[in-house]
Write a protein that binds this ligand. Structure first.
Ligand code: FES
Length: 489
């Protein structure tokens, strides 16, 4: 609850509705709070130029970011960036920003490796799979007979108003907002379960069947702690010990709900779900060693098979999620960077040539800036050096690795050749890389569907050896070596 002195008297009218601006709040923050926009683009930092609004009544002086991203004509027409707009008197505005439609991208994955049959006894008719991402909450109603996705529910994670990454959520928890963070995510999941159960009833016309379908949730360890109402402080400070990463059972709207088990503070249930979904440690793949790399903020990785499994996380930063650096998605950023290297607009050290150094390079209406490239270099160096250290610790040679799976919210759309070209993946592994989409959601579904899943997943969590990359000998050298882009003639 805000105190009286935290509410300003400035009113913002949009489409005949009026909202009060909180003290110190930008219009962008107010729009997020009111759930009128769902995407935070660059996180409201004035770095992407996509949060355009037009002042229809009242105006403000243009900000430094307005002058960079808007043309003089736009500024004259009353257009400003919402994230740097802090009016001090009432105004009427119109939203010019476009919301992103990427449901398909978030959900993409491939179940073809798993057999489906409607002859199995004792399996539920459907499963509600939930992936709590730091940015996005993705839920699906999946039919167990054939793996068909009957319905989806996708929202931005409502905790995002406390910040874009896990660190900001931990800080919010520490400052006394933990209960609120728990409520926010639970309420949203409850809405999703209720929506998907209705869809289930439309499909089966049988209330009992739909009441019995299980809900299975996966998410990173911070998301798991906040969902369960655990304090997260120990996840943010050395020695990074989780309260508990066991499987948890509870009820949501009378449905049996399971939160899948995780491994450590850095390697959560979402990665366990991915390892399970990709059969990394299954008996049938015992002679193959494969890797899973989740290209999110935390860059989690796993390497192994049924006999040995190393897991790790490397703070890759937000470059792959694209929402905090520029407007560009990680997929596009990787692709464009590879193109820029080919066109020699970018050199090996990551320097953009003139005039792009100052102006940025335009692609699909967004700009790749020098700053984006630097952030991408750091992220890809963290991943690439992590891969090298894991291969060394396993130990295994690149040619002995069977497959490298790239998971993440961007689905199948990652251009794997570009990922190798920019040095995100070591060149020796080229040809083995496959983008596999949201394997967390896929694993959650399979966990609810397969009778022996809990047993198999227990083997995975028992087998996993967490590796702290930063404390490994030579990590820093490998990281520095990986900062440059690979040389090509
Ligand atoms: S410039 Fe406002 S959100 Fe990026």
């Amino acid at each position: 609850m805000l105190r009286q002195d935290e509410i300003s008297t400035v009113q913002i009218s949009i489409d005949d509705k009026t909202f009060l601006l909180h003290k110190g709040e930008s219009i962008f923050q107010m729009l997020l709070r009111q759930e009128m926009i769902f995407l935070s683009f660059c996180g409201g930092k004035g770095r992407c130029g996509r949060c355009k609004i037009r002042f229809l009544k009242g105006t403000i002086l243009p900000s430094a970011s307005d002058r960079i991203f808007l043309s003089p004509n736009e500024i004259r027409a009353g257009i400003r960036l919402a994230c740097t707009a802090r009016p001090t008197s009432d105004c009427v505005i119109e939203l010019l920003m476009e919301e992103k439609k990427d449901t398909q991208i978030i959900s993409g994955y491939d179940l073809s490796e798993w057999e489906h049959s409607d002859q199995e006894a004792d399996i539920p008719k459907a499963v509600i799979a939930v992936d709590i991402g730091t940015t996005t909450l993705a839920m699906q109603l999946i039919l167990t007979a054939d793996g068909h996705i009957e319905a989806e529910y996708r929202k931005m994670n409502p905790q995002r108003s406390y910040g874009p990454d896990v660190i900001s959520r931990i800080e919010a928890d520490e400052s006394g907002e933990g209960k609120r963070l728990t409520e926010l995510i639970r309420d949203e999941i409850e809405k999703g379960v209720s929506f998907l159960k209705k869809k289930c009833q439309e499909k089966f016309e049988d209330k009992d069947v739909c009441e019995r379908i299980p809900v299975v949730i996966a998410g990173n360890t911070v998301m798991q702690h906040l969902f369960l109402g655990y304090p997260t402080v120990s996840l943010g400070t050395h020695p990074f010990t989780p309260v508990d990463v066991q499987e948890h059972s509870l009820k949501i709207l009378d449905s049996k709900t399971i939160f899948m088990p995780g491994i450590s503070a850095f390697v959560g249930a979402d990665i366990v779900a991915g390892i399970y979904a990709l059969k990394l440690c299954s008996h049938e793949n015992r002679h193959k060693v494969s890797m899973l790399i989740d290209l999110g903020t935390n860059g989690e990785m796993a390497i192994g098979n049924a006999e040995r499994l190393l897991v790790s996380a490397t703070a890759a930063g937000p470059a792959f999620e694209g929402r905090n650096i520029s407007a560009m998605e990680g997929t596009d950023l990787i692709y464009v960077t590879a193109q820029l290297l080919e066109k020699e607009i970018l050199d090996e050290t990551g320097l953009m040539s003139d005039p792009y150094f100052d102006q940025g390079y335009e692609y699909k209406g967004s700009k790749v800036t020098q700053e984006d490239i630097r952030a991408l270099q750091m992220a890809k160096a963290a991943i690439c050096s992590g891969i090298r250290i894991l291969m060394r610790e396993y130990p295994i040679l690149p040619e002995e690795i069977d497959s490298v799976y790239l998971a993440g919210g961007f689905g199948y759309y990652l251009d794997t050749k570009s990922a190798v070209r920019i040095g995100l993946i070591p060149e020796e592994l080229a040809g083995k890389v496959r983008a596999v989409g949201n394997t967390s959601l896929m694993g959650a579904y399979l966990y609810g569907r397969n009778i022996n899943a809990a047993e198999e997943v227990k083997k995975i969590t028992g087998l996993a050896v967490p590796i702290n990359l930063a404390s490994q000998e030579g990590f820093e050298e490998k990281y520095l070596e990986s900062l440059h882009f690979p040389h090509h003639d």
